[in-house]
Every structure is written in C-alpha cells, then in structure tokens.
Design a protein around this ligand. Sequence first.
Ligand SMILES: Nc1ncnc2c1ncn2[C@@H]1O[C@H](COP(=O)(O)OP(=O)(O)OP(=O)(O)O)[C@@H](O)[C@H]1O
Length: 252
Amino acid sequence: MTTSQPILTITGLRKVFGGVTALDGIDLEVREGEILGLIGPNGAGKTALLNTITGFYRATTGSIRFMGQEISNMPLHGIGRLGIGRTFQNIRLFKRMTVLENVMAANKRYVRSSFSAFLGVIGGRTALDEARHWIELMQLGDKADMLASALSYGDARRLEIARALAGNPSLLLLDEPAAGMNETETDQLVADIHKVQTSVKAIVLIEHDMSLIRSLSDRIVAMDYGKKLAEGDPDTVLEHPDVRRAYLGSDT
Ligand SMILES: Nc1ncnc2c1ncn2[C@@H]1O[C@H](COP(=O)(O)OP(=O)(O)OP(=O)(O)O)[C@@H](O)[C@H]1O
C-alpha cells in the first residue's frame, strides 16, 4: 500500500469560519487502493475536511490536488464530475422517489445532458443499467421499485452509498456510514464497503465506530482541533497515547 500513488494530496489546508479554525494546516495523502479511516472527537474537523475537499466549503488557504489537478478553487459540481463521490452524515434521499429513481437522479452525467437523458445511454451502457448495477452491488436489487421512505435504516444508508457511486467516482468519501446502525447492519456494511472498494480507486471513511474503522482501514488519520494528531496503521494510531487521550478519553 505504501508504494501506491496518491490520488488526493492535501497540503497546508486551513479553513476558518469567523473565529473558528476548523482545519488548521492539514497535510494528507489518499493513496490508490486504500481505505483511509478518518477519526477524531466531535468537532475535530473531519466533516469540514470532507466539505472542503468536495467544494461545499472553500479552503481559506492550502492546496488540494486530485489526480494531479488542483481542485481547491473549483466549484462543487466540477469536483463531483472529476470523480469524487460522497455520502452525508444525515441521510439525504428523495423520500418520494423509488430506490432506482434515487440512484438515477444522482447520476450527474445522465441528468445534465438532455440528449443522454433522451437516449438514456452513457458510454454504451444505459443509465438504467448503471443504476441497477449500483443498486445490486449494495444489495438493494429486490427493492429497486420501493419508495425510499419505506426502506429500513440500514437500507437507506446503503442507498446513500449507491447514490454516491452513481457518478462512477474514483474517490468515495463516506461520512459516518454506520451511524445509527445496529450490529447486524454494521457487519453487513463492512462487507458492502469491501465490495465497493473494487469499483473505486480509494475510500475515505469517517467513523466513530472503532471496530468498523479497525476492520476496514488500511491506514488511519486521527484529527483533533483541526490538526492531524496521528497517522499510520490502525494499531499504531488507535493505541497512540494522544489519540487515546483525545478521542477515547483514556490514557490506558
Ligand atoms: N459551516 C460552519 N460554520 C461555522 N463553523 C463550522 C462550520 N462547519 C464546521 N464548523 C466548525 O468547525 C469545527 C469542526 O467541525 P466538524 O463538523 O468538521 O467536526 P467533526 O470532526 O466532523 O465532528 P463530528 O464527529 O461531531 O461530526 C467545529 O468547531 C464546528 O463548529
């Protein structure tokens, strides 16, 4: 893993909101083939980092390079089209649409082009085929025609991931995908994320569930107060005294 190419390189990233410094000089690499776990206590800056990478927030200073291209000044939709997909901490689905429609609606290339929309074809594969592929990957194939509002919590979270995959991203950012899930749903999610890994170049995973972080992450970055606290393999980072103090609230 350590020899693989970085697909995302963040240097000296700062994001300041009035008097609050959400990101305070972050340097970070996401490498091809890896799942990078991002941990830290509430307010550490994890979501602010995802929001700045995806263009929801504009960086105050610093550089974000994705696949060799500077994206820190690009608009939200441009970054999405370049190949970064994400899910949100709070589920954001179109509740009155079916599962399939939700995924179709998330495919920007399909929605943007009226010609493609008319033909329903993207690169030889229909938009419908593509949406069905992601739905089946996330084990929602038999629920394709169900309204999103009728899904169980775990299925709704899975649909969020299918929506994030709809644009064929190279980099997938998952913001607390296991939040609110029971143990069975979380176990299933681990298997699902492993499957998703074969369809993208890299995944960044924010989670508070340490067993999920441990079982999925190739590397972990721990944050606190907008800074990087520790970085490395899961055991090293999770046992790091600063991380235990900051995140786990324990010195032992
Ligand atoms: N839009 C905003 N306006 C003002 N302050 C913000 C904004 N977004 C984030 N912040 C602040 O930036 C800091 C980092 O917040 P962030 O949501 O990134 O933390 P987090 O690590 O994702 O926490 P959690 O685990 O609770 O989701 C916090 O102090 C937060 O209040």
